[in-house]
Design a protein around this ligand. Sequence first.
Ligand SMILES: Cc1ncc(COP(=O)(O)O)c(C=O)c1O
Length: 373
Amino acid sequence: MSVRLSPVLAGLGTYPFVRLEQARARLRAAGVDIIDFGMGEPREETPAFIREALAAAITPLAPYPSAVGLPELRGAIAGWASRRFGVDLDPDTEVIPTLGSKEAVFALANVFAGDVVAVPTPSYPVYDRGALFAGKAVLELPLKESNGWLPDLDTVDWSGVGVLWLNYPNNPTGARAPLEFYEHAAALAREHGFVLASDEAYSELYFEGDPPISALQIADRSHLAVFNTLSKRSSMPGYRSGFVAGDPDIVAALKKYRPNVGVAPLEFVQRAAIAAWTDEAHVEAVRERYRAKREALLPTLEALGLRNAGGDATFFLWLDAGPDAEALAARWLEAGVVVAPGSFFGAPGYLRVALVPPPEACARAAEIIRGLG
Ligand SMILES: Cc1ncc(COP(=O)(O)O)c(C=O)c1O
């Protein structure tokens, strides 16, 4: 008798990006030079001072790390949130470090009651996957350009909802959310008793005007959990370091849940994370790199009539390509320029361009795309 998979695992379709991977392998074998704007995976070097902090923290004794994290790291995170958003967080009761943010995003649906998880569409797929593996139903909340890529919270039936996911600056659209929207969502969370989960992984990547705000800035943080990460801000995706901050009751629930799972962040990574959260100069440099990539590519795309339909934040361009979106992505793919069709995110007619290749490669891609016309 063969092994029997969990019905949730067995029922999952092929992750759309796997299809891109297959195409990439075929093109590579045919000798095509690939410039990959498909996956949103940062490929910038981790700053030297962070790598050095990690190396200096490796000691002969390596005890199990604790799920609540080092007090110094929680303090560094609270200090960053205070400087960046002007909010006061108690490092002992309102902050918990995580192993990157993906695992914490995935696990959240296990921690709170409610049979339904409300998830925006299009969105980062892990909200959905986490809900399904926790045995919950997913309630899709469509994001529309006409509404600034914000879900319409006033038409939702909240019965049974345990968690509402929001993600601004948004993957894939690059849109931001205003404070009134967070205030409204939080008021609904308090009224209906669900957790408002705000994934702010891209809060530090923006290219116009004021820095994006955080849901932490709302007046009453009860029912709120904010997720952030060093993966994008500090180019540390491989370190796996993030945090959850917000309502002390939610943080207490995570402190109770997380030791069961074995997701305590490694101590030497936490030491490197302290260095990263206490420095802004490297984040400014990262923003400038992404700005250079945007400027190398966006004018060419706009000249071709592809409107940037999203916002000015994150490292994604969200292009309105109309009914030709899939065909255009396929044509660029054959020429070695890989982008993700919006259909991967449930939004046909758009293209998502992750500005992760180096600026020179972005300029080269612009030339290739111009050549294709
Ligand atoms: C919207 C969003 N949230 C969370 C993450 C997870 O990042 P990490 O687990 O590296 O912190 C990503 C990564 O791509 C993302 O796009």
